[in-house]
Ligand binder design. Structure first.
Ligand code: FMN
Length: 340
């Protein structure tokens, strides 16, 4: 079973990925948050920093693109190939109102004929193998079979299914049972994504899809057939749960949980790396608050401290509260208990 870090805009940038990889090595792959290629054939300079090879040395990385224009996808894929990448990912899941209104992300799932044309153009000309990350549909998951029919016409390098529809945003629960259809129909490698937030969630997923996860293969011949076609078994992509608990993939793999001292060192290094990159500790603190939005779910109690943390505007006070959190609060033994 392979484990990937999901792309998360505003969180999993190169500074975050490098720091995570240094403290918690062993993930099979990281995905960049989406990059938007512009119509004038270039990336925004700041955005491109995220994929510069020198900023990602040693990190197994797949860049992700968000566009509905095949020519823009193609020049961007060529540039990524020139920069040493061996795969490019297409975002067909972003639910944001502005993105969908422009027919991008999950908005591309609305018009199957246009999607088919777009896929035909990029798959026939891309210099790199293309993986796809999609939702089940726009309004309801009854759209998924027709979407799969389109995707199955192309040599998708890897197909990640975030088992929500666009209208679910991130609020409504994922629908892992819909992953079964992809297992039955797709001839290419698959990756599951959605709501694996702690070990119990992973165990549940394993119980639901044992062969995909590489367990009890003989008990489920249908799934076994698919699993056998995948080198090394299936893959899961972890997002919010892995931000919250940076060792979540290790818990899932072999039951190892992160030590509090390691978590504190990880946190402090991340903060320092943001301070250096931003040249401004207050901006770095704001970014760390995004991290804490998820990470706080790994601790028992501490509501008062977390409220103080959210409200702090002074970097010194922020650091003091962070130290108190790691010193005074216990980690949840069973992992993240999310309130998001
Ligand atoms: C803040 C945030 C930013 C995200 N940014 C991206 C993105 O850039 N590209 C993408 O494909 N998905 C993005 N996602 C979706 C995640 O990759 C993932 O599909 C989703 O969080 C479900 O997985 P999880 O339940 O493990 O968190 C984002 C999600 C969140 C919460």
């Amino acid at each position: 079973m392979k484990f990937y870090f999901a792309p998360m805009e505003g969180l999993t940038d190169y500074i975050f990925r490098n720091t995570h990889h240094r403290f918690f090595p062993g993930l099979d792959r990281y995905y960049t948050p989406f990059l938007s290629p512009t119509a004038d054939g270039r990336f925004d300079r700041k955005a491109f920093r995220d994929v510069l090879p020198e900023n990602n040395a040693g990190v197994p990385l797949v860049p992700q693109l968000l566009t509905r224009h095949s020519q823009d996808f193609l020049w961007a894929a060529k540039l990524l190939a020139e920069n040493g990448y061996s795969q490019v990912d297409l975002n067909l899941g972003c639910p944001s109102g502005t993105v969908v209104a422009k027919g991008k992300g999950a908005g591309q799932l609305r018009d199957l004929a246009a999607l088919d044309r777009f896929l035909d153009e990029i798959f026939s000309q891309s210099p790199l193998p293309i993986s796809i990350k999609t939702r089940l549909g726009v309004q309801d998951d009854g759209e998924f079979p027709a979407l799969l029919e389109v995707f199955c016409r192309y040599p998708v390098a890897e197909f990640t299914v975030h088992t929500r529809v666009r209208e679910d945003f991130y609020r409504r629960p994922a629908r892992p049972e819909r992953f079964r259809l992809a297992l039955e129909r797709c001839p290419f490698p698959l990756c599951y994504n959605g709501d694996i937030l702690n070990l119990a969630d992973f165990r549940c997923f394993q119980a639901q899809f044992p062969a995909f996860c590489g367990v009890n293969v003989e008990e489920t011949p249908g799934q076994a057939a698919h699993a056998e076609g995948l080198a090394g078994g299936g893959a899961v992509m972890l997002g919010r749960g892995l931000v919250a608990d940076p060792a979540l993939f290790l818990r899932c793999k072999n039951g190892t949980s992160a030590d509090k001292n390691v978590l504190k060192a990880y946190h402090d290094t991340l903060f320092e790396n943001y301070c250096s990159a931003f040249g401004n500790a207050r901006n770095a603190m704001s970014r760390m608050k995004e991290f804490w939005f998820y990470h706080s779910a790994l601790f028992v109690g501490g509501e008062k401290l977390f409220k103080q943390l959210r409200k702090s505007t002074d970097v010194g006070i922020f650091r003091t509260i962070v130290s108190r959190i790691y010193n005074e609060l216990d980690l949840r033994e069973d992992g993240t208990k999310p309130a998001w």
